[in-house]
Design a protein around this ligand. Sequence first.
Ligand SMILES: C[S@@+](CC[C@H](N)C(=O)[O-])C[C@H]1O[C@@H](n2cnc3c(N)ncnc32)[C@H](O)[C@@H]1O
Length: 283
Amino acid sequence: MVTAAPVSSERISPTAYATGYFWYRHGLSHPALATAEGRRIDGFMRPVLAAVQRIGGFSMTALMLARHRGIDAMLSRAIDEGRVGQVIEIAAGLSPRGWDFKRRYGARLTYVETDLPHMVVLKRRLLEQGGLLTPGHRVVELDALAEAGPRSLDVLAAGLDPKVGTAVVTEGLMNYLDPDTARAVWRRIAAALRRFPQGVYFNDLYLREHNVNLPAAVLGAMISAFVRGRMHVHFKSADEVPEVMRQCGFGDILMHRTGSIRETQEYAGTKGGDAVMVLEARV
Ligand SMILES: C[S@@+](CC[C@H](N)C(=O)[O-])C[C@H]1O[C@@H](n2cnc3c(N)ncnc32)[C@H](O)[C@@H]1O
């Protein structure tokens, strides 16, 4: 049953097993990050997603791959251009990004993956077992909803090098948060990034005008049922995005469509692949 209750953080966590396995199945991850639980949920979801695609023409696979590869591409650009040398990923779950970026950039990059305590324990164990942790790659506890204290973004950011450009990444988190909570998280991210000479935030971005169709509604209802809470698409149209993000403390706002990123162009012609953008918000 779909309820209107806010989603509690613990209920979101199982989705990380599923997406973790999904990245692995699509060749983006390492076997060490593919869990039996992820395979079980993925195995259940796969025929459902295939049916939604067959009947409604909406590809959740294209959406997911566009979102993940799109964030990867824009984060890579920021590093390659010398704007970023430190990354904080919030709610990293079982995403391969920390491992993948460290193997590509090595000592040039500090990567701090964060999540809630139980996921941090699991992620650290899986990375250690796979021999995938290298110097400058850490997995630490962070609660995106914490205003202050040891699990807050503010405290984590204060421990990084204030002379190095820094990126914060969230992927697959913000749509579980209600509008007020999401804005508070964005305000905390903008405030944390102001500590650094350059600061940039990357997130997967959805507009209601791109997502008002039956298959998207069915998928949204399924995910809501799974986490037993409501999903939120925060923006009606692209016009609203800069306004809201500037109110939260960001300056330049860029919205990258799937078709405008070389690495995700292949998904732009697919319904679903065109429903996600990469938000790049600079301070
Ligand atoms: C859908 S998963 C996304 C994981 C990963 N970013 C990906 O795309 O594969 C959501 C993650 O958010 C984490 N999470 C939920 N609430 C959180 C909070 N308040 N602070 C930090 N992480 C949270 C969960 O533990 C889970 O790992």
